[in-house]
Design a protein around this ligand. Structure first.
Ligand code: 26Q
Length: 826
């Protein structure tokens, strides 16, 4: 079989082997035979890092010589996943290292498994940032990811008695062999106090923050390798340290008190990632985290630029800040502050630079995810930044008045109420981001349309030139090459290895897909991956699943809008069918779930319990006779996601239409040959566009229909329940003791569908409305699966048609339309 080129000619196996053995000796005073797998992992990582450092330095040098424009991707989250295997792939040393490990009698998979999953993100938004960095480096662009070095990332999920239990993710216990601490770039970050205004010696009006608390931001750099091109970009994550090693015998009581406070502040800031996805926790500490990493990153970017440029007014010609959602939006005001207070620009000059530098990506229309801060909290914590936001708001309001006061179709007061940045004693971060940026983008075609027509309509009308769409993408280097080596090699055999850097090359598979032989090969690979996942599930969940069953997978954060409840209700419905008709004929099917729920999200956590309770009953009922199985995979994360994507037959993308901005799991499944069952939501719309509607199972209301029901407020789930015996029976199993001795246990879920006290709060995600159309789509899936050749063809077509969904394409669109970066040559 033609092998995907994973080995670079220049990779020196002997040197690598010697380096590993040497590292084991000097680090641990051990021989290979005595070393633990963890020690071998550390030693091998440092040997790899040696090679990376050379390329990293070359990239820096090329940067200084060629002076390209740089993108700073500002994000509270980077869900990188494990670095070891990925670095080997991008160095094209994976196979070489595998061979060395073989020679040493060490299992490479076991070594990879020693690395904790760096989980500095919740889900889609953080993983998108990681895919973007991979593509940026692979496409020869210079990029800095700017983020926070959380001590504890996303919690580890354990399931006890069917319930989610959160355990701290102490990912740094064994140190991180790939990181570099750069204390020479430490920055001071100021919180609180007050702003003193004074005239300087040149008669300029100056503003100085006084009586503040400060912490020291210390950067740690992680290398981000391009694929096979020698480019190494940087993910710079900031840690907080106390500013002064204060003296305990200080005589000045005030100083002592302050020193203790500052030390506590430093300890808190980077302690933990907020585990909320698509939901705001309006906590003061969160705002501190935001300003902390933004101030450090903005100061660094400006200083770096001024090292070899002298006109700060042209900063935007060489730098662009991409704000990953509203979380880093204080960057707008912080850049204004630095330009005016540190470099003496006038307001208009600073505003010109700022708006030409900043760009904003919106990732959600969910109302509960729109970021707002109480004005008084914001002002107390960031007094100088608040002054600047006030002035931005004042000037923007004047613009609104000028624009609309002679417009008979618009009311100025209404425009001010809807668009102001400061309103109702709140700071509206999305409005600040839009006003302070020259580009505002959504993450899928449908999502951007909804932003323009509804969510951000007023802004779109006033400044249409800012709005644009950038449909998300994923990196094939991690999600095919690393996740699914068998399929990667098969693709290379059929169409060559060009797909690694140009995913559209896979369209060459369309011809192949027509042959029965290819179908058999493809399904044989799928089977191997299904066996690999079955083994993982047996080891980690103690459940035996059948690799010949359909693997139907829904893996993503648990959220009501993603409708895991619809999925499990359908399983309950199937279970009923089997119970009432013992001869009910269906192909064996395994329903696989993986999801973390935000720690305080009651309904989401109860849904996990329900899935596990249904699994207990269904998996152990002899009447079911193995026809359906339900599995909840504990601690869903990037590393086990790779196993799941490779093994999936059916990809569940069933959000209420209009709610999922894009989704990216849908693309990862498609790349690995899973067929989508889904709504016309987010990027699903574009997936269907690429693969054709005959090769997807689409159901449910359209986003227009959903939005129309919401506008009219005319949806009545209770009338469906009362008039539809099947739905009634299915839903009532939540409260009739079928899945819990305590009949009241799942009552809150029943209520979420049929809230009798407040009918406007019943089934807000239209589960009952879409139920039958979903069940019908599921029945079509089972039917299609029974036609083996037909299914194989459909599955292959998914892989063949996913070229558009590479993050390489997304990044090239950002570059062409927004960033205008230069490629560097190494
Ligand atoms: C905000 C404030 C306080 C605490 C937490 C948060 C917070 C954290 C994470 C708010 C939102 C998020 C994450 C949002 C997210 O992941 N959105 C997803 O972004 C993906 C990439 O664009 C899309 O594919 C998904 O559709 C979208 O849901």
């Amino acid at each position: 079989m033609a092998k995907t080129t994973k080995t670079r000619e220049s990779f020196d196996k002997e040197l690598f082997k010697r380096s590993v053995l040497y590292n084991i000796k000097t680090l641990y005073r051990r021989t290979l035979e005595e070393a633990t797998p963890q020690q071998i992992y550390q030693a091998a990582s440092l040997a790899i890092k040696d090679q990376i450092i050379d390329q990293w330095m070359d990239t820096q040098k090329a940067m200084e010589e060629q002076d390209p424009k740089i993108v700073y991707y500002m994000s509270m989250e980077f869900l990188m996943g494990r670095a070891f295997g990925n670095n080997l792939i991008n160095l094209r040393a994976y196979e070489g290292v595998g061979e060395v490990m073989d020679e040493l009698g060490v299992d490479l998979n076991l070594i990879e498994d020693q690395e904790p999953d760096p989980a500095l993100g919740n889900g889609g938004l953080g993983r998108l940032a990681a895919c973007f960095l991979d593509s940026l480096a692979s496409l020869n662009y210079v990029a800095y990811g700017c983020g926070i070095r959380y001590k504890y990332g996303m919690f580890r999920q354990e399931i006890h008695d069917g319930y989610q239990v959160e355990k701290p993710d102490d990912w740094l216990v064994n140190g991180n062999p790939f990181e570099l601490r750069r204390q020479e770039y430490a920055k001071e970050i100021k919180f609180g106090g007050y702003v003193r205004m004074y005239q300087d010696e040149n008669g300029r009006t100056m503003f100085k923050q006084e009586d503040y608390q400060a912490v020291r931001a210390v950067p740690y750099d992680l290398p981000v390798l391009g694929y096979g091109n020698g480019v190494v970009d940087t993910l710079r994550i900031w840690d907080a340290e106390p500013i002064n090693n204060f003296q305990l015998d200080s005589f000045d009581k005030g100083d002592y008190q302050k020193a203790v406070e500052q030390e506590n502040l430093a300890k808190q800031i980077c302690e933990v990632l907020y585990p909320n996805d698509n939901h705001i926790a309006g906590k003061e500490l969160r705002l501190k985290q935001q300003y902390f990493f933004i101030s450090a990153s903005v100061q660094t970017a400006v200083q770096k630029y001024l090292k070899n440029h002298d006109d700060i007014k042209k900063f935007y010609e060489k730098n662009v800040f991409q704000l990953n959602d509203t979380h880093p939006t204080v960057a707008v005001a912080e850049l204004m502050r630095v330009l005016m207070d540190d470099y003496y620009l006038e307001w208009d000059e600073a505003w010109d630079v700022t708006t030409k530098t900043c760009c904003y990506t919106n990732h959600t229309i969910m109302a509960e995810a729109l970021e707002k801060w109480p004005q008084d909290l914001f002002q107390r914590l960031l007094p100088r930044i608040y002054q600047i936001v006030e002035e931005i708001n004042r000037r923007f309001n004047i613009e609104i008045v000028n624009r609309y006061s002679n417009d008979h179709n618009a009311s100025v007061d209404e425009k001010l109420r809807k668009m102001a940045i400061l309103y109702d004693n709140q700071v509206r971060m999305a409005h600040l981001a839009i006003v302070g940026s020259h580009s505002v983008n959504g993450v899928a075609k449908l999502h951007t349309e909804i932003l323009e027509k509804r969510e951000l309509k007023d802004f779109y009308e006033m400044m249409p030139e800012k709005f644009n769409n950038k449909t998300n993408g994923i990196t094939q280097r991690r999600f095919l090459m690393h996740a699914n080596p068998l399929l990667a090699d098969w693709c290379t055999k059929k169409v060559g290895d060009g797909w690694i850097t140009d995913l559209t090359v896979l369209k060459g598979l369309k011809k192949t897909a027509a042959t029965a032989k290819a179908g058999k090969e493809f399904m044989a690979i799928k089977k191997k991956n299904k066996e690999r996942l079955a083994k993982y599930i047996l080891q980690h969940n103690g459940i035996q699943i059948d690799p010949d069953s359909i693997y139907d997978c829904q893996v993503k954060r648990l959220h009501e809008y993603k409708r895991q409840l619809l999925n499990i209700l359908h399983v309950i419905y199937l279970y009923d069918k089997i119970k009432s008709d013992p001869k009910f004929d269906m192909p064996k099917e395994t329903f696989i779930f993986g999801a973390k729920a935000a720690a305080g999200y009651r309904i989401a956590k109860l849904t996990i319990k329900l899935i596990n309770s249904v699994a207990d009953v269904v998996n152990n009922d002899p009447d079911v006779n193995g026809r359906i199985k339900v599995v909840f995979i504990e601690d869903y994360r990037v590393s086990n996601a790779e196993l799941i994507f490779a093994a999936a037959d059916v990809s569940e993308q069933i959000s209420t239409a209009s709610r999922e901005a894009s989704g990216t799991g849908n693309m990862k499944m498609m790349l690995n040959g899973a067929v989508t069952i889904g709504t016309m939501d987010g990027a699903n719309v574009e997936i269907v566009g690429e693969v054709g509607k005959d090769n997807a199972f689409i159901f449910g209301m359209s986003s227009d229909e959903v939005i129309e029901h919401e506008r009219k407020n005319d949806y009545d789930p209770m009338s469906i329940y009362n008039s539809d015996a099947v739905i009634k029976k299915t839903v009532d199993h939540l409260i009739d003791g079928t899945f819990s001795k305590d009949k009241e246990l799942f009552r809150p879920l029943w209520n979420s569908l049929l809230n009798t006290k407040d009918t406007s709060k019943a089934d807000t995600y239209f589960i009952l409305k879409d139920f039958h159309s979903y069940a019908e789509a599921q029945s079509k899936v089972r039917k299609a699966y029974e036609d083996k050749a037909g299914w194989a063809k459909m599955a292959m077509l998914q892989t063949a048609c996913c070229g558009k969904f590479s993050s390489d394409r997304t990044i090239e669109e950002y570059v062409k339309d927004i960033w205008h970066l230069d490629k560097i040559k190494i």
